[in-house]
Design a protein around this ligand. Sequence first.
Ligand code: ADP
Ligand code: MG
Length: 690
Amino acid sequence: MRAMPEASAAAATAPKPTKSAPQKAMEKLGLVRDIDLALHLPLRYEDETRLTPIGALREGEAAQVEGVVVDCQVELRSRRQLLVRLKDDTGTLLLRFLHFYPSQQKQMSAATRLRVRGEARVGFFGREMVHPVVKVVDDDTPLAQSLTPVYPTSAQLPQAYLRKAVASGLARADLRELLPPGVVPRGLPSLKDALHYLHHPPPSASLQALQEHHHPAWDRLKFEELLAQQLSQLQAQRERALLVAPALRARPGGLHEKLLAALPFQLTAAQQRVSEEIAQDLARPQPMHRLLQGDVGSGKTVVAALAAAVAIDAGWQCALMAPTEILAEQHFRKLIGWLQPLGLQVAWITGSVKGKARQKMLDAAASGDAQLVVGTHAVIEDKVKFAKLGLAVIDEQHRFGVAQRLALRNKLKAMDLEPHLLMMSATPIPRTLAMTYFADLDVSTIDELPPGRSPIVTKLFTAAKRDDIVDKIRGAVTDGAQVYWVCPLVEESEAVDLRNATETHAELSAALPGTSVGLLHGRMAPAEKAAVMAQFSGGQMSVLVATTVIEVGVDVPNASLMVIEHAERFGLAQLHQLRGRVGRGAKASVCVLIYTPPLSETGKARLKAMAETTDGFEIARRDLDIRGPGEFMGSRQSGAELLRFADLQEDAPLLVAARQLAPRLLDEHPEAARRQVSRWLGTKAEFLKA
Ligand code: ADP
Ligand code: MG
């Protein structure tokens, strides 16, 4: 069934041949080149290589049998159904169809020879199969020679069509060995043999080993993939080393020192160390590509401000991008507070800055009058131009996609110079990921918190204790405490989410008379949000009921109590981020996690981790244990989806081998290296450079 009748009719009248629905569906799945098809591997297999005698069928067994139809009739038992009796030398099998077309009744008329495949049921009335797959055969129709692949597909793409396409893609694809002899780990087949084996395994193959991806053929694929990934990283790293960036040096007595002197606190030793690392990068004529990681509250913002001061002092602009308006706004205020007294002009660009105000900001960025530009994703829009951008800072970098990071780097090129790039994150990168996606990244780590912070105590309560918790809040507020009350996202539904937060706000307002209770959620206009945040951070508001809009970065040092409702619905990293909103001042802080039993295993593990540690690095390790690296990166993150076959944890030995081989291959066989990358990554290779 190659083309639908409608499709061919359309093709006859259209001036040029249009793509059929399955062709379009294939493109959607990224199956464009022959190699894409060859690398589209089966999800599982069906065994059509043998026939089971009907008499030998066992309960629950998936099997293929062949026989001749004895009779075929529609019966009205409890409901209308088509019943076909099939017979071979060893017994009779009843085929039962609850949904059927009249054509099927004709197809399976008496005396027809059928080959059917399905799950056998052996009951009181004998052997039967419900809705088996049926094929009309002759007595000499050959059996399949290899296991039949079942491919991942979509509704518009019939399995049979895809099978043919993959088979011909596999036959046409250039699968020549690219790697020199002796470098592939021992015992692994060639890529060509591996692919042919995986698409069409012999009847003797272990289905379990294949399906669990434990087979030398799978290992070869994983190795190839990891090698391509390592190569492209290494290439990016070498290309970056050739780029030129402005060398930005801190002047004695310059802005950097003035800012340090004006700060209301002393830098911690860790802040000093990472500032020094960053300063050294900035002073070099190659673009910095550095990740600054530090737990929530460790004081990354001031480190970024100091870097900005160096860039600005050297006569360049700095851009700072944050993932949410609230966070960008907060940075903006903080940086203004620090930098404006030193005579700097700061511009502010987000989606909600419109009209004349926006134009003014755009002009200030383009003319270079604004030495610092702070904003959200809006900063990378085409309209935003910089006169002389020397440094770009991306806060909470894991919240941005690769494409956005790439856009930032590409757009900020000025005078053939690359800007320096500083990324910040409170989510440390696990080692396996550091070796792969972030191999091309220098990392600075702030490993201590500013002094005078009292550790946060985390307590777990079931929802039954909610009233007691409200009583506690009443007491705390009377003593001058400020409280966050976070309501979860309910199944991604913004409307329900909103109602929850609104209801909780009303309840708490009623339960805490005389207390100012505010509400903050994602649907509010930015100006409203900003007004609420200003009241809370100014101390005029005691309780802030919020959705997860406050998740990242919000900094109100006086807040000391965090209540998270339905904590079991949050991810571990998210809980840690939320908890990090308190414990920022000298006050002893408490985080209350309210959960509704029963908890899932992972839910239990998450809450246990929260109760046991406040160390972000430990939390990240546990998160990785609970979720695995793919999930850890999140769907918006670069890497995970680029690795289709290899698993960073499980395939660590292959990763190590690929990592060792990559530099040698790139040096000694550059053309093979290039082909390896293009074979595996195609157009995605560009993404890995971001
Ligand atoms: P994060 O690393 O989570 O982004 P912030 O930069 O928001 O942390 O800093 C958290 C709080 O700690 C802010 O109020 C900041 O002004 C304050 N802070 C930063 N460094 C120090 C320090 N060395 N001593 C005291 N307070 C500091
Ligand atoms: Mg921050």
